[in-house]
Write a protein that binds this ligand. Structure first.
Ligand code: HEC
Length: 198
């Protein structure tokens, strides 16, 4: 499941790169060079919105609302992560311990597996989200999978598919970051990850 998600993320990025470089499917993707010439703020925000949409950040980082078409991102809480006001609920810890199964909550914002329970982060520019984050922090989180994008922190837990995002161009990284920083700030302290049950 996790592997599938990594593959899906890589496939999406592969598609985005298909027009800029020739790529044999058997070779791992390398980060390609920048293509944008002198992008201004509006161009970056538009490009960032496009990338965040096709890379499906909201699938995990937005709480969902039921619509006639099924669950959809709740735009009032867009990209604000696991809603800490909603109780986690119970689940069968034995089912996830072996790694044969992982479980996603109904909002697709909390994830139980052999790693314990991870909670999708608040990506809005609030103080409880990425409000104080520098671009360097964001890049370190996305390319090296470091919690809070800091040097001496734990690795990011599944199912955050950062190894696929690691090969993003610097321009695209900047676009995603600029777009996220332009969002409505939402105050929501996402709970700390829960370690695996003994
Ligand atoms: C399949 C689900 C999933 C998708 C898709 C996803 N994320 Fe995540 N993301 C997570 C989870 C879960 C965490 C929390 C991991 C942890 O606590 O270790 C996380 C953590 C993060 C963090 C680190 C936050 C922190 O406080 O350290 C950043 C930054 C982030 N995601 C950005 C993104 C962006 C940008 C996208 C889209 C390009 C994205 N994520 C797509 C599940 C996902």
């Amino acid at each position: 499941m996790i592997k599938l998600m990594y593959l899906a993320a890589i496939a999406v990025i592969g598609l985005a790169c298909a027009f800029t470089r020739h790529h044999k499917p058997s070779e791992p993707l390398q980060r390609s060079t920048s293509v944008m010439k002198h992008p201004n703020q509006d161009v970056l925000i538009k490009r960032g919105q496009y990338l965040v949409t096709i890379m499906g950040c909201g699938d995990c980082h937005s709480p969902k609302k039921m619509t006639p078409q099924g669950p959809a991102p709740d735009m009032d809480r867009f990209l604000s992560g696991y809603n800490s006001a909603v109780p986690l609920g119970t689940y069968d810890k034995n089912l996830v311990k072996t790694g044969q199964w992982v479980m996603f909550n109904g909002q697709n914002t909390a994830f139980a597996g052999p790693w314990g329970v991870s909670f999708a982060a608040n990506l809005t520019p609030d103080a409880t989200g990425i409000g104080s984050w520098s671009f360097e922090q964001f890049t370190r989180a996305m390319r090296q999978g470091k919690f809070k994008g800091l040097d001496n922190t734990r690795p990011l837990l599944p199912p955050m598919p950062w190894p696929g995002y690691a090969v993003m161009t610097d321009d695209d990284m900047q676009a995603v970051f600029t777009y996220l920083k332009s969002l409505k700030p939402i105050s929501n302290v996402v709970p700390a990850a829960i370690p695996p049950a003994p």
